[in-house]
Ligand binder design. Sequence first.
Ligand code: ADP
Length: 726
Amino acid sequence: MNIQNANHNLVDHMLNLLSFPENNAESPSHPILVNGSFDAAAPLGSQNINPASEIIQFMDQMPGGFFIYHADGDEEIIYANSALLRIFQCDTMEEFRKLTGNSFRGMVHHEDLDAVEKSIKEQISSSKYDLDYVEYRIVRKDGSIRWLEDYGHFIHSEFAGDIFYVFVGDATEKKSKQLEEKQLINQEHLRRLEVIKGLSVNYESILYVDLETDKVLPYRLSNRTLKQFDAEFHARKFLGFISDYVNTWVHPDDREQVLQATTPEYICEKLSHAKTYYINYRILINGKTLYLQLRIVNVSTGQQISQIVMGYRRIDEEVLRDMEQKQMLEEALQSANLAISAKNTFLSNMSHDMRTPLNAILGYAALAREHSYDINAMIDYLDKIDISGRQLLDLIEKVLDIAWTESNDTRISETECNLRTIVQDVYDSLLPKAQEKNILIAMDLTSLVHQDIYGDSDKLHQLLKNLVSNAVMYTNPGGKIDLIVKESKNLSNSYATYQLIVKDTGIGISRDFLEDIFKPFEREKNTTLSGIHGSGLGLAIVKNLVDLMGGDIAVDSHVGEGSTFTVTLHLPIQDDPLFADVATKEILAQLMKQKILLVEDNEINLEIETNLLAGVGLTIETAENGSIAVKKITASAPGEYGLILMDIQMPVMDGWQAAKAIRNLSDPQLARIPIIALSANAFESDKRMSIESGMDAHLTKPLDIPFLLETIANVLHTRKKNLPGS
Ligand code: ADP
């Protein structure tokens, strides 16, 4: 309700009373603003004066602030009630006037004034009832700042012109509560931003897009998207941004796809089914291809899809991984195909290779039948049948072996076995074949120290046999094969590393074929071409076995010169009580690298002692009497012999004489070779004689190997200690 219309006269009278005291004859000065309050006793000169003055009195006593001021000019205050004065901490109107300059402008904090006046003006011009509401700060008498909320009413009065009636209340507490809430909201907002930041760490660019207004706003930019915005990162048109980006960075082959997947229509269509979708594409930077993913997420609050977030991230690793996997699958497929074709080749070779001995068997059997009257011819045919039968058997065994070693459940057993025995057995089994072809086989086990091992004796035997039989097979008559075992032992653990070397002076293997040599069914030349019967499975079996034992196989070969196959295996050695003590072990290990001269005239003793000593890994040379022994030592290189075991009673020169002769040699190192007497004479006098003739110890026969080794270790240990400089 408009007060002006409702009670025009009363308001005018009020204003008359408040603003123009001179209209009231008896009033000498301002009638109402005495001490900030209305002076009810002031005489009034019309019939409306009483109700007007009652209202004024009422206003003056209202608990909330109330004032009236001129809307124009200096906005001079016409009236202020006691509550307003209290808000400003003023006791009198005088004080209030002084503090505020008696104007509305003076009441409002200067920082808020412009905004307040503007807001009042706008509200009044748009309000049907000429009402406004504003909040502003004031400065009180003591300088403290309070917030007021101001409900104003604009009216036009005949007496006072345009004026405002204003009710005010102290809103400081309310304001500070609002402020606190706002701060809380801000903190929550910041926290959410941090969460978003954390979750989007993989995205190098993040953009906010409003499809409705066609605006894109950057949130995070990469080196590339950075160039799509101005220096202040202002929002720009979305469609313009997309086409810029695509034409600048996207790989020409992917442009169409990216443009199509980022049209507003496509985005809306996609996001109407799902919250998010992505596209992968390539970009080109200095000719280098990088892989990116653009993810688009619907963040619109309502049903309509208008706000979206676009995140760009690099996916090079994922793509490369995918590509690698694809390549691996392709390779697997290719090798599966190769294996199939290799097997097909094998089957056709096999049928040929099987037919050859079978034809021979059947043919010779027929011939034998025909020549049954001729016993010599019969025997010859039977021998040939036997050879072909064995070839067939070998082929069948190998096929079974390869199938067996390729099956997953093949186990390698670790049982006690002796490496020397295994090598010797292989040697023995292939020696006749080699001799048949006039091929020399030499076995060298001199560096084999720990022959008692834990291993799979059958499989070790098989792998070595395959290698040696190949060497025999592919070496021409007059050639040579070396079968060598080398050991390198790490004394600190219970394993030793062995190299099984099969070296031949055979036909050799071409460089190209070396790459395929361990593949099943592969042969450099088939039986027809080479005239050598085979299956192409022997080395594949060897390779499988070596792999199963955790070892390694290498081949070095030159066509026309020969081949060397080296198998390296790490095998557990059996605990040898003879080698329990580390110092003894070291000394004996050193001795095993040298030769021992066993001087003995009795042939039976010589054989027994040689075998016993060789059995513990020592390398033995022999001499039948003292004189031969002296000659051998004189002719040897210093260090070649590590020890002499000397019988005493011998023809030509006995052990004592020989020992003296050796001690008198001109080469000091040869003269110092340790000598241990091995004698049937057990008298103390004999022992003394041995020591006096320069020997280091005297042992009696029969030989006790552990005691001998202990004595050897003691002797060598004492020698080492007594060496100058040690
Ligand atoms: P096979 O001997 O039955 O053909 P292997 O798998 O044992 O099958 O050998 C595969 C091929 O490797 C042989 O056909 C031969 O061409 C070549 N090869 C193997 N060992 C030797 C060697 N010691 N000297 C020359 N060639 C060899």
